[in-house]
Write a protein that binds this ligand. Structure first.
Ligand SMILES: [Zn+2]
Length: 468
């Protein structure tokens, strides 16, 4: 069997790993590369292998850096199945549609502002292309629910474990029979954390496996605890109330938004904070929240204790308002604080959050609360780094609002969680570290090597292949 790493190799984006087993070509994830436009356009418009030769895809979870090039694969002639959990299938469809519509808008804007010598660009795929991939999805339940393996051919079968990273996320255990010998391989996808609200903890794998392809986004450090987040949120909101200010929270439509609502609902129920108005202003996040509500069987014990058994709908409470239209969204400017606005995009690169930042960032009574990772060069990162003024819709705004970062919400396991995963994997001989910046991967490799010197650990480069 041959494994080639075509993405998330020494970085955290474009997850794509090809496994070739006696003529069968299995792709693990088909993610989009996200980064500088010039580099990403090139990496995303052409796949580094013939699409028509791929027999099947196993999709670990819906995030675009794992799923975003499925339409390119289908456009290129891939006719096989895309296997994933039912929640992943639903969420991926929304995220791919959103990705296509962002590309269409971006191209329209870029082509309308062409400088001399620049050629017009076109989206790498359209909503039509996205919709064509939908009938290739085939859902597979977590093994804990189905107790059934999914067979790909006579020699290859797999099962899915809950990865606890985002709704529907899965760790894949592949069982491969090659020349009469059975070889197990684990692909972790992205691994979540025990203490995250709503989702269950990442499941332990029962089987032994000699090979593991593992993410290491936070291979070098651990996160703060979620309990600290609850207390910090309470403090931030109480201080905003004293100043009659607004708390503006840019949040990713998937995962972070639902976690914020969960925490705010819980704080309100416990009367830790008063029932101040909370506006939830993101049409995509609203659709995804509806998907969450349909998959409560994936939720953890804490959810059942806090809300589930009482049949209290977690994403609905009396001071939370879902903002529907753009005019309602703009009307929020006229409302007096204290109030909270949650809107996407998570890095403040587009979407309705921009209006709210523009209108509130220059008032010292307001708070901008950053709860997610902010990539370099994004507006969210500039605000987080204390830059002032910042440009929004082409105009400069002084940043006078208080800026607070709470990074303990991360949906990725920290170093200890990753190490625990390595140590609980029985029979492990070969570890491939993917989906981590080189500094994180190397730090983690050193930590693992200290406790497990017998393990062979690789940090594959882009395009590198290994025979196992
Ligand atoms: Zn992810």
């Amino acid at each position: 069997m041959k494994i080639t790493f075509f993405g998330a190799a020494q970085n955290v984006t474009g997850s794509k790993h090809l496994i070739q087993i006696q003529g069968y070509n299995l792709l693990l994830d088909c993610g989009m590369y996200q980064g500088k436009r010039s580099v990403s356009n090139q990496l995303n418009s052409e796949l580094p292998f013939p699409a028509e030769q791929i027999d099947a895809v196993i999709l670990s979870h819906a995030h675009i850096d794992h799923s975003g090039l499925l339409p390119v694969l289908a456009k290129g002639g891939f006719r096989g199945k895309i296997y994933c959990t039912p929640a992943t299938a639903e969420i991926t469809k929304y995220l791919l549609q959103d990705s296509a519509s962002i590309q269409e808008h971006d191209c329209e804007y870029f082509n309308g502002h062409l400088r001399i010598g620049e050629d017009p660009i076109s989206p790498i795929y359209t909503i039509e292309d996205v919709e064509k991939t939908f009938n290739q999805f085939e859902t597979v339940q977590y093994f804990s629910a189905s107790r059934e393996w999914k067979k790909l051919n006579e020699n290859i079968r797999f099962k899915l474990y809950d990865a606890g990273h985002i709704l529907g996320s899965a760790i894949t255990l592949l069982e491969i029979k090659e020349n009469g010998v059975i070889k197990n391989l684990i692909f972790t996808g992205d691994i979540g954390r025990d203490e995250l609200p709503i989702l269950r903890s990442p499941e332990a794998i029962e089987e032994s496996a000699a090979t593991m392809i593992m993410e290491c986004t936070y291979g070098a450090r651990d996160h703060g605890s979620i309990n600290e987040v609850m207390m910090a949120m309470e403090g931030i909101i109480k201080s905003a109330i004293k100043r009659r200010g607004k708390v503006i929270i840019p949040a990713f439509a998937l995962g972070r938004t639902q976690e914020l609502i969960y925490v705010l609902h819980k704080l309100t129920d416990k009367k830790s904070i008063p029932a101040l108005p909370i506006y939830f202003d993101s049409p995509l996040a609203q659709k995804l929240t509806a998907v969450f509500s349909r998959f409560t069987e994936y939720f953890d014990d804490e959810f059942w204790r806090d809300f589930g058994f009482r049949r209290d709908p977690v994403f609905i409470f009396k001071n939370l308002r879902y903002v529907e239209t753009l005019s309602e969204s703009k009307d929020l400017n006229n409302r007096q604080g204290p109030l909270i606005i949650i809107a996407s995009s998570g890095m403040a690169e587009g979407g309705r959050i921009l209006h709210h930042l523009k209108n509130n960032i220059s008032n010292a009574d307001n708070t901008i609360l950053i709860t997610g990772f902010q990539a370099e060069n994004t507006l969210g990162r500039k605000i987080q780094d204390g830059m002032s003024p910042v440009r929004i819709f082409g105009e400069g705004y002084d940043v006078k609002a208080k800026v607070v970062t709470l990074d303990a919400f991360s949906a990725h396991a920290g170093q200890s969680g990753l190490l625990e995963r390595v140590n609980q994997t029985k029979g492990l001989q070969k570890l491939f570290l993917v989906h981590g910046e080189l500094s994180q991967a190397e730090a983690f490799k050193n930590v693992v090597s200290e406790s497990r010197p017998e393990l062979s650990i690789e940090i594959p480069a882009l395009g590198q292949s290994f025979e196992i």
